[in-house]
Design a protein around this ligand. Structure first.
Ligand code: ADP
Length: 599
């Protein structure tokens, strides 16, 4: 029963793969269907004409004066059929090549499209991420491989059916021998393919580690430390250990698969050759003509190769199927957030409000935020202070709706953040995270990324770069705003950490419509003078907006209207600089510590 089940499992996703082909290109799909039919039927026709030729030759030998026109006509037919067969096979190969390219692109687009609708939490879920990586890695081959194998199976099936139509005239038993002889081989192939996939899937975390190590060992952003700390041999050793572990299982499976394949192959060969002997016997005793014998032998031989071609198709189909099941699991993944539709709040001007907000990351027992209450109005600035891991960035992630609170509510202008329409919300928020993206695009586009409507708007790049203090160094670059950044590309230039931060700041300033500006440690890599300048500008710019700054520099923090000191996910102290100093708590302690360093 289990075998039947896995046997059927081999074909489960073939239907979806064919649907995918149909949606990708109807004309190519139709061509493939037609040519598959032709290529499937023609071998039997060739065998039949072969019989006619031999019988005509034998007849001609027996009647010396007979004309040979019939024989030549049949030979010409056969030549024609063989040419047609070869044309059909070439046509199939061409249709497959074209379809492979289009299908790969289409599946990749589906995967990437879907990725845009997923939440950050889903990306951070390692099991889900694994699904995505697997779907992406093989998108360009697997679906097509399944289609090719499915069509191959159909084609060989048609051949075998047409052979059967000829064979049944000899004896139904011969047919039964052909079919029964092949079954054990199919069952074994289906089982081993299933096992292969189970190993493949089960060891995914190992594979992931291997892929990761490959990246670390061979990428520009990590190679620096790998070489300086001499990590190469150790990491490569780990890479090797994983391979040996995986290889051991793979070797066992391969040996079992091929060993059983050989044994069961003997069984079906024995069946075929028994039938072969039978045909020869019947001919020798005069029950079959020479032409019929030629035809049946050919049919048996080709039947045998059609069966082994089918086995080849089945082999690996299970893996392709499970790839597709993985792909569809990913594509059908629920998108968690329900889209809200508000474009304005019930109390415009109320600003941002946190009410008893708590949050823990998916899969984590610990709360990253606990019972947070906050209120920030337009025209006010808020500074978040606290040691690493105290929850500052998490707070920003909730505020920008990258995550949902586990408890409590966040309001913008009096309406729950969850009820806001995503585009309306995004428009109001300009945020730069400490791990902002360094796009390997032009300098200007790196700034323009802050407002996709003005992505390539050179005037806006310039005004934003002025606000972010980036224009002086950009103008000194070889191609100014159109300088290519990053080492992926020829002549791509690298910037220093501080220069990148100025780019990121300018990016935030692109959002002219935003009234909530968040800077998460934006100036850590800048010199003190640059930071002071930036904040002087920032304060003018943010005059009637809500501004939130995370910084470890108290010279920056002290000017905020409201300072919140966080520890272990809770708010520990709050107030303005003067009151916090006066109350002589944690803030005052940290402030004095840093100030002492400058004295
Ligand atoms: P801060 O910005 O104050 O340095 P974070 O808000 O980044 O701190 O982190 C708060 C806590 O949440 C830390 O304990 C950190 O380990 C945890 N954390 C941060 N990001 C994630 C994440 N993506 N998944 C799980 N835990 C996280």
């Amino acid at each position: 029963m289990a075998t039947t089940h896995s046997f059927i499992g081999v074909f489960k996703y073939s239907k979806r793969a064919i649907e995918l082909v149909w949606q990708t290109s109807r004309s190519l799909a139709l061509w493939m269907g037609l040519l598959t039919l032709v290529a499937g039927v023609l071998p039997a026709a060739v065998a039949y004409v072969g019989k006619l030729i031999v019988d005509a030759v034998v007849a001609a030998m027996e009647a010396p004066n007979a004309s040979l026109t019939d024989v030549y006509t049949y030979v010409a037919y056969e030549a024609g059929l063989v040419i047609a067969l070869s044309a059909a096979q070439r046509g199939l190969a061409a249709a497959q090549s074209l379809l492979r390219a289009r299908l790969g692109q289409r599946v990749n687009e589906m995967i990437l499209d879907k990725a845009q609708t997923l939440s950050l939490a889903q990306f951070e879920d390692s099991e889900f991420y694994d699904k995505l990586t697997r779907a992406r890695r093989e998108a360009s081959q697997r679906p097509m491989a399944l289609v090719v194998k499915t069509f191959g199976l159909i084609q060989n099936g048609i051949s075998i059916a047409s052979f059967a139509a000829l064979l049944i005239q000899f004896s139904p038993w011969a047919l039964i021998i052909l079919v029964v002889g092949a079954l054990p081989g199919f069952a074994a192939e289906a089982k081993f393919s299933g096992d292969a996939f189970k190993i493949f899937r089960w060891r995914s975390p190992d594979r992931r580690m291997q892929m990761y190590l490959e990246t670390v060992l061979a990428r520009e952003d990590s190679i620096k430390e790998v070489q300086l700390f001499d990590l190469g041999p150790t990491l490569l050793g780990r890479y090797r250990t994983i391979f040996h572990k995986l290889f051991k299982e793979e070797r066992l499976l391969t040996l079992r698969r091929e060993g059983w394949g050989f044994l069961l192959g003997i069984l079906s060969s024995a069946a075929f050759y028994a039938a072969y002997g039978w045909v020869v016997f019947e001919t020798a005793t005069g029950k079959l003509t020479l032409g019929e014998m030629t035809m049946y032998l050919l049919v048996f031989k080709q039947g045998q190769s059609a069966v082994s071609a089918m086995l080849t198709s089945v082999s690996g189909m299970y893996e392709d199927n499970l790839y597709l099941s993985n792909l569809y699991e990913y594509l059908e993944q629920e998108t968690t957030h329900e889209p809200g539709h508000l474009t304005a709040g019930v109390h415009p001007g109320d600003g941002i409000r946190f009410e008893n907000v708590s949050f823990s990351y998916p899969g984590s027992q610990q709360s990253a935020l606990l019972d947070i209450n906050l209120h920030l109005k337009p025209g006010q600035s808020l500074a978040l202070v606290g040691e690493n891991g105290s929850g500052k960035t998490t707070l920003i992630k909730l505020m920008t709706r990258l995550y949902q609170p586990s408890a409590g509510r966040i309001y913008l202008d009096g309406s729950d953040l969850q009820d806001w329409s995503v585009p309306a919300l995004r428009e109001r928020v300009g945020v730069i995270f400490q791990d902002f993206v360094r796009f390997q695009l032009q300098v200007g586009e790196n700034i323009g990324a802050g407002d996709v409507g003005h992505f390539t708007d050179a005037d806006r790049w310039k005004t934003s770069a002025d606000k972010g203090q980036a224009s002086p160094f950009i103008e000194k670059l070889s191609d100014g705003y159109t300088t290519q950044l990053g080492r992926w590309f020829k002549d791509g230039q690298e910037l220093s950490g501080g220069q990148w931060q100025k780019i990121a700041l300018s990016r935030a300033f692109m959002r002219e419509g935003a009234d909530l500006l968040v800077l998460d440690e934006p100036t850590a890599a800048m010199d003190a003078q640059a930071e002071a300048d930036i904040f002087a500008h920032f304060q003018d710019y943010a005059a009637n907006k809500m501004a939130i700054v995370i910084s470890h520099r108290f010279s920056t923090v002290r000017y905020a209207d409201q300072i919140v000191v966080m520890q272990g996910g809770r708010i520990m102290e709050r107030g303005d600089h003067a009151s916090l100093i006066a109350s002589d708590g944690r803030y005052a302690h940290l402030f004095n510590l840093q100030a002492a360093g400058y004295r």
